[in-house]
Design a protein around this ligand. Sequence first.
Ligand code: F6P
Length: 337
Amino acid sequence: MASAVKRIGVLTSGGDSPGMNAAVRAVVRTAMFRGIDVIGIRRGWNGLISGDVLRMDAQSVAHIINRGGTILYTARSDEFRTEAGQKKAVATCKLLGIDGVVAIGGDGTFRGCLALSKHGIFVVGIPGTIDNDIGCTHYSIGYDTAANTAIEAIDRLRDTMQSHERCSVVEVMGHRAGNLALYVGIATGATVVLVPEHQWDFKKDVAERIRAARLNNHTHFMIIVAEGAFNDDAIMKNPGSGNMVAQMIRDELGIEPRVTVLGHIQRGGAPNARDRVTATRMGYWAVECLAAGKTNRVVCHQGGTICDMDMDEALAVPHALNASEDRVLEAMIGSER
Ligand code: F6P
């Protein structure tokens, strides 16, 4: 069947994540398979505004499926939030004959897509963020690789914390979401996990947990703190949620925690199998949507399958923790009486 689009652009936007390159590769190769021209747009929406583009073919995406980061670079674009910026982006599309755009990023990226679609450009979003905080999809590209990076680091920390019988406070990324912290907390058998989605109480949920563990003859403690755990941007920036919890532990329990802020290491590294395959499936699906004349869609991973959803509906789905994981962690931690 003839494709509804003849030339598409592809871009990466927001915080990068391992697997974005695999998604870009799949978009290019699927488009070529369907006889559609592909234009790479560098630096997110800024690239569309400034015309920072390059033609892409199989050679452009050779040997990138296993590479972290994004060969198209990424950026957050304030200018694209303005009508003037959007008009410039549309002008680039018209000049280059781009009739469809695949945008890989978080929900902020999808809001950019909606702006573009108002000017008649077909758009499809692919969820790519290590936070996995996009409500419409159970999975966003980069999440599992980022989790494994954090888990490997925490396993190493556990060795030395055990040797010295210390308390380790580890701050993980996630922005204002606790999905990554929850998943990593289960995988590392943490003593405590603090996430912004729960109203936690320091004395009950931290101090008493550590005391119970100590009374059960544990002599080292692993405290996982989501960077947004306090739901307070000021604390997130300074002193940082991990340091804040460590100070509270120091004051209440009289012990000297060691703080590790994993930071941007969680964003890098070679994507694992789950991210490479999910990204490839999502990139393929996005191009198939455009070829079929669908627009304003977000590619989702729901119940193990890849599907697509209306973008307005997708953006209206509130972010939430994985409920079953949340219950499991409560039992794992709560069993320490
Ligand atoms: O959204 C992904 C993310 O890594 C968040 O977890 C984190 O808070 C943010 O990006 C950091 O942004 P930047 O890379 O601009 O410092």
